[in-house]
Design a protein around this ligand. Sequence first.
Ligand code: TXA
Ligand code: MG
Length: 310
Amino acid sequence: MKNNHSNIKKAKFFLNKKECIAIPTETVYGLAANAYSDKATSRIFKLKKRPKKNPLIVHYHNLKKLKKDCILNDNFFKLFKKFSPGPLTYVLKLKINNKISKNVTNKKKTLAVRFPENSLTRKLLKEIEYPLAAPSANISTKISPVCAEDVKDEFGKKIKFILNGGRSKIGLESTIVSLVNKPQILRLGGTTISSINKILKSNLKFNKKIKKIMVPGQGKVHYSPGIPIRLNANKPKPDEAFILIKKRKLSGKNIYYLSKTKNLKEAAKNLYKIIRMVKNKKFKKIAIEKIPNLGFGQAINDRLSRASKY
Ligand code: TXA
Ligand code: MG
C-alpha cells in the first residue's frame, strides 16, 4: 500500500515532466503520456516506432473530465453505465475547443476514449490534471505486454518508469466501438459484441472492411511474435511449439495450453503471455489448435489471424 503510494508519486513526477511511462490496465499495459502535450505524446510515437498517422486512445478518470474534450450521446451513456470502467473504448466526436494534442488524433475530428479499471491507474488518473494517451506498451506491430516484465522485455532501459500493477486480468486489448454516427464495432477485444448488443438492443457485427478504413492501426500484420504461427493445427511438426486450447494428456517440452477446461476467457488472458514465453524460449515456429469462434474466441482468432501474417 505504502509502496503503491510512492510509485504513483513517481509516475506523476515523470508524467508532469512530459515523459512517457508504462501503466497497468486490465486489458494490456499502456505506454502513457500527457494527452494535452505535443512534446509528451510525440515521445510515445518515437519509443513505440509507431506511424504518426495511427491515432491514440486517451484514458480518462471520469465523465466530468471527458466532457471537456468530447461530445457525449445517448448510446455512449448506455454503454458507459454498463461497461466503464472496463475494457471498452468509445470513439466520440471531439469538441471544437478540446485540449487534445494534434499528435493524438492525426487531424481526425474524433477521439478514442477509455476508462481503465485497474485501481493503480485509476488512482493516478484521479490525481493528474490531464488525461493519458496510451497505446499498448509494445513496439509497433509486436505483441502487447500483460505484465511489467513484458514491458521491460519490449523496451529495456529505454522506458523511464513502469507502474507495476501486476498481471492484466483480461490480457487482450479493449473492444472499440464507434459512436460517432451509427454504432460500429471497430475492434474485437475484452468486451464481447453480444454484451454490447444487449445494452444497445442492436445487432452489430464485426465488419473487417469498415475497420480497415476507420482504424488505420489495425493493419494486416499486427500482434506478431516475430516467428511464424500455423493456425488450426492438429499436431505439431518437430520444430514447432504447440499451443492447445485445453489441457490434455500430451507431454513434451513444446506443449503449452491456453486454459484448463477450454474456457475462452481464461484462454484470452493467457494468449499473449504464452506466445511471448514461447518466443523467448527460442522456438522458431508456433502451431496452434483451432479456437472456437464464439465470445472471447472471436477476439482471440482476430489476433491470431493477424499474428500469423508474419
Ligand atoms: O486495451 C486497450 O485499448 C489498450 C490499453 C493500453 O488501453 N490500448 C490499445 O491502444 O490497444 P493501441 O494504440 O494499441 O490501439 C488503439 C487502436 C489503434 O488501432 C488506433 O488506430 C485506433 O485504436 N484508434 C485510435 N483513435 C481512433 C479514432 N479516433 N477512430 C478510430 N480508431 C481509432
Ligand atoms: Mg496496440
